[in-house]
Design a protein around this ligand. Sequence first.
Ligand code: C2E
Ligand code: MG
Ligand code: MG
Length: 658
Amino acid sequence: MSILNRKLLIRPYVSIGLVVVLFLGTSGVIIYFQKTLLEIEEALPIKLAKQESDIRVLINDMGHLVHSIDFARTDQSPKTFRMVVRLTLQIEQHLEKISEDYQFNDVLGASAVHARLSPAIFDIKGWLTDGLYNFEPNSAQTMKVAETRARHAHEEAEILLQQVSRTAIDVLTEQSLRIDNFRSIMIITLTALAIMTIGLVILGFRLQNIVFALKESEEQIRYRANYDSLTNLPNRLNFTEHLSDALARNRRDQGQIALLFIDLDRFKTINDTLGHDFGDELIRQVATRICQAVRETDVVSRLGGDEFTVLLANMTDEIHASIIAKGILEQLARPFLLFGHEVYSGASIGITVSPQDGADAMTLLKNADMAMYEAKDQGRNTFRFFTAQMTDRARQFLELDKEMRRALTQNELQIRFQPIFELHDRSLVGVEALLRWQHPDKGLILPDDFIEVAEETGLIEDIGHWVLRRACFEAMAWLEHDLHPGFYLAINISMRQFKGGLDRKRLSEILDETGFPADKLLLEITETLLMDDDARIREVLSDFREMGVRLAVDDFGTGYSALSYLREFPVNTLKIDRTFIQDISTSSSNRRLVETIISMAHGLDLVTIAEGVESSDQDVLLSELGCDMGQGYYHCKPVAAAEIDKLTAVTAPRVKAV
Ligand code: C2E
Ligand code: MG
Ligand code: MG
């Protein structure tokens, strides 16, 4: 489980714990306040009741005193008198106690009672012990005065007691009102606090979710930056880092690593013809198969498109790299099932080894790429180890490209024309335009030395356009002569020109510009172009045929084209490759092969041209085999337009049109 996932699991527990703590805390506070309030509520009435009862006891005693004095006045016995004195002392003590007890806590006005009764008791006690004026302490007169004083004091105390009761009720009412208010405020405050807490917790959760989402998208961004979204394999950036790390480790441990560069052989065709969904599915399945063919520790990545790399670290032997490459090729040679369609792809692999071939990531990637192209050149579905010569070739390639661009602008390109003759009567039936490069230093360069590079770099699009315009323009001179009715100008067209936008419109523009008639133009295309099975090319070729332009398959027999293509494409001429012609007079198998091609072509209503006819034997034999036309050094080498002009000026017998 990733660290991120673990964090995602832990965080909610922390939040829930926080909520529980807050909830318990708030509840605790509420319970505490409630309890305190109850205590206050209960304590006050008890206190009031005690004060009230103390005062009531005092007033009762005062009542007793009044009755006792009254009784003692009539009784006149010393015993009764002593009882009155004792009661007076008792009341005095009681008064002192009340005064002390409620000195600081006089809620009900005990001091008022004290103030009323104390002087009376003081007087009565004095009179009863010292006597009154000239009366004896226990005389009837003294007792009478004392009784009157006691009665008045008692009555006043009674009135005060009533006030005390009212005060007690007022105090309790006020107190309970205050407590009620306090309780309400407290409950409102705590409720608000609780709501705020819940709000904060919810906010916290939401913030946390936002943080998680941000974290997640950050992870995703990081993932996207490092991994290919289609295959989930490391991407170029990530792979380069792996490679650099492995190289650094290697320097330390003095080990060896190999880098495999894999490119699918038929991906583009599958992608173009079946669509991107099929292409994507193929890439996914290829990724899975490559991973199955390597060790756990090897790093497989997708650089983009149909390019994959494998990093083999800790290699002890180069053989190991070739075993892995072979395993991958075997895996990829098996058919792929794409949405119910069975397709074959195959791959080419380039291998480079460090430290022998290079010590940095960029060099190794470049080497492996070069080796991969070499593997493709060797006929695909194979692997090649990088060699130093490949670097030289790459350098030459770049140099050539630069020079060719200059040649195009500096008029270094020229066109030679090679005549094509009817074999049975030697009449001139056409010419093939062949490109030449008059290099200022290197002299004349033939197309085989530069066309391939121009095709790879794409410069052939401009060169091809130039050839079409130039050849048509130069050939215009011959049209004034009395030519063979089927006379044609053949021009080689590279597949790349179609991809670069050669179509009906562009060809019409050239023909309009030069004035060359479409029905005298024959375009030579290769077998590989037919194999490409590109609907657009097929459409363009049909357009050309509609315009009256003829089409020939050049170098027939060297490619792997299925014969069915000849029926499907609107071609009308087959040019049998020179390699079949060159030993036709000595090799019976070649002769039979050429014979078969000719009869098959005629069966399909196609005209045949033999290329590279170098001897009269070949010329005679081809004529016997029924080949229609021939082109070769035996008849004429490629020459300048002026030479052809001379040839066309000779009236040629008209026998057969192409
Ligand atoms: P190709 O179209 O098959 O042209 C015939 C080649 O055979 C020419 O080579 C020609 O000089 C050569 N040839 C003719 N007769 C004989 C013979 O009797 N013996 C031998 N050994 N060779 C003979 P070239 O001119 O060097 O052209 C080579 C190839 O370059 C052409 O093969 C064609 O595929 C390509 N090419 C030439 N010009 C152009 C062009 O303008 N555009 C494109 N895309 N390709 C061109
Ligand atoms: Mg040709
Ligand atoms: Mg040819």
